[in-house]
Design a protein around this ligand. Structure first.
Ligand code: KG4
Ligand code: ZN
Length: 331
C-alpha cells in the first residue's frame, strides 16, 4: 500500500490527464496528453472533438500514470475525477472512468471542483502555505479571485463579467494572426514590444470584478486605425492591460482579506509578465508570492488529486450517483 495515494483524472476541457499523488503533496506521476493540435485549426476547443479524443486517450493515460508511479489499483486509497466546471461530454468521460475504477477496485470515488483544484496546485509545491491566501485563477474558461481561508473554506471575491483572461489572449492572438493557443504566443511576441506604446483601457477600476471584452474590441479598433503598426507593440500593450487588471484585483482582494500570500493558478498564470509583476507587487507590499511552475498552472490531474485528498478528509467520498456539473462554482 502506498500511503494515501490517490489516482486522479482530469478531462474538463482539452487535456486528458491522470496523476497519482501521495498524501496530497507528493506527485508520484503526472501524465498530460494535450489535444491542442486537434483543435488548433478551429482556433479554439471543439467540444465534440474533445469528448471523442478523451474516450480514446483516457485508458492509455491512466495506464501511464499508474505505471510511472509504480502502483496498481489495489495500492490506492481513492479514485478522483474533475466533476465540473467544464464541457459536459468531456467531464463525463473522466467521471465515468473514475467511477468504473472505483467500483472495480472497491475504492472511494471523489468528485473534484476544477476551480478549487487550480487553487490547490500551489499546495503541491508548498504544503506549508499560511491562510488566508489571495488566489488568482485565470484560465481559458475562468477568471476569478478566491480567498482561501482554510481547506474546504474558500470564497470568490471577484470574477469576470464577460470573457476569461485566457479567452482574451486567444481571441486577440487570432485577430493578430498568431495562432492558437494565443497566450504563449502573445507572451513571447510581447518581449519584443513596448508595453506603453498603446494606451488600451483598464476595465472596471475600483471594482472587484474583471472585464476583458472591451479590451479585445479596443485592440480590433486600434488595428483598424493603424494596420501597419508593429504587432509586437500591440501584443505588449494588450498584455500589459490584462496584467494590470489581474494584479490590481488580486492585490485589492488581498488587502480586504488581510491575506499576506499571493498565489497564482490557471493557464494564464504561466504568463511571464504576470509572474514578474506579481512577484514585484508582493515584494513592494511585504507579502509572499507563490507562483506554481507553469506545468502545474495549466490543466493537470496532480492538482485534482491534491484537492481530492483534502476533500476526502473534510467531506468523505462522493456518492457514485453524483453526476457532472458543467457550471459548478466555488461556494
Ligand atoms: O488552465 P488552462 O490550461 O485550461 C483552461 O482551464 O482553460 O488555461 C488555458 C489558457 C489558454 O487561454 C491559454 O492561451 C492561456 O491559458 N495561457 C497563457 C499562457 N499560457 C497559457 N496566457 C498568457 N500567457 C501564457 N504564457
Ligand atoms: Zn483549468
Amino acid at each position: 500500500m502506498v500511503a494515501e495515494a490517490i489516482l486522479a483524472i482530469e478531462t474538463s476541457c482539452d487535456e486528458t490527464a491522470a496523476a497519482v499523488v501521495a498524501h496530497g503533496t507528493e506527485i508520484l506521476s503526472s501524465v498530460v496528453s494535450s489535444q491542442v493540435d486537434l483543435h488548433a485549426r478551429f482556433g479554439g476547443v471543439v467540444p465534440e472533438i474533445a469528448s471523442r479524443a478523451h474516450v480514446e486517450l483516457i485508458g492509455p493515460v491512466i495506464a501511464d500514470a499508474l505505471g510511472d508511479a509504480g502502483v496498481e489499483l489495489r495500492d490506492l486509497t481513492a479514485i478522483a475525477a474533475t466533476s465540473g466546471p467544464g464541457l459536459a461530454g468531456a467531464l463525463l468521460v473522466g467521471v465515468s472512468a473514475a467511477k468504473a475504477l472505483a467500483l472495480v477496485a472497491d475504492l472511494p470515488y471523489v468528485g473534484v471542483n476544477h476551480l478549487e483544484a487550480h487553487c490547490y496546485a500551489a499546495w503541491l509545491e508548498q504544503p506549508n502555505l499560511e491562510p488566508p491566501l489571495a488566489v488568482l485563477v485565470a484560465s481559458g474558461g475562468h477568471t476569478l479571485v478566491v480567498i482561501f481561508e482554510g481547506h474546504a473554506n474558500m470564497r470568490v471575491v471577484g470574477q469576470t463579467v464577460d470573457d476569461a483572461a485566457g479567452e482574451a489572449f486567444d481571441k486577440v492572438a487570432r485577430h493578430l494572426g498568431l495562432g492558437y493557443p494565443g497566450g504563449p504566443l502573445i507572451d513571447r511576441l510581447a518581449r519584443d514590444g513596448d508595453p506603453a506604446a498603446i494606451a488600451f483601457p483598464r476595465a472596471m477600476p475600483g471594482e472587484p470584478d474583471f472585464s476583458f471584452s472591451g479590451l479585445k474590441t479596443a485592440v480590433v479598433q486600434h488595428r483598424r486605425r493603424d494596420p501597419d503598426g508593429a504587432i509586437a507593440d500591440v501584443a505588449a500593450s494588450f498584455q500589459e492591460a490584462v496584467v494590470d487588471q489581474l494584479v490590481d484585483k488580486l492585490v485589492r482582494a488581498a488587502d480586504e482579506a488581510g491575506a499576506s500570500t499571493l498565489v497564482l493558478g490557471g493557464g494564464v498564470a504561466a504568463n511571464s509578465r504576470l509572474r514578474a509583476r506579481v512577484a514585484e507587487v508582493a515584494e513592494a507590499t511585504g507579502r509572499a508570492a507563490f507562483l506554481p511552475p507553469p506545468d502545474l498552472c495549466t490543466d493537470n490531474a496532480a492538482m485534482i488529486a491534491a484537492t481530492a485528498w483534502w476533500r476526502l478528509q473534510s467531506d468523505g467520498p462522493t456518492p457514485l450517483d453524483a453526476g457532472v456539473n458543467p457550471s459548478l462554482s466555488i461556494t
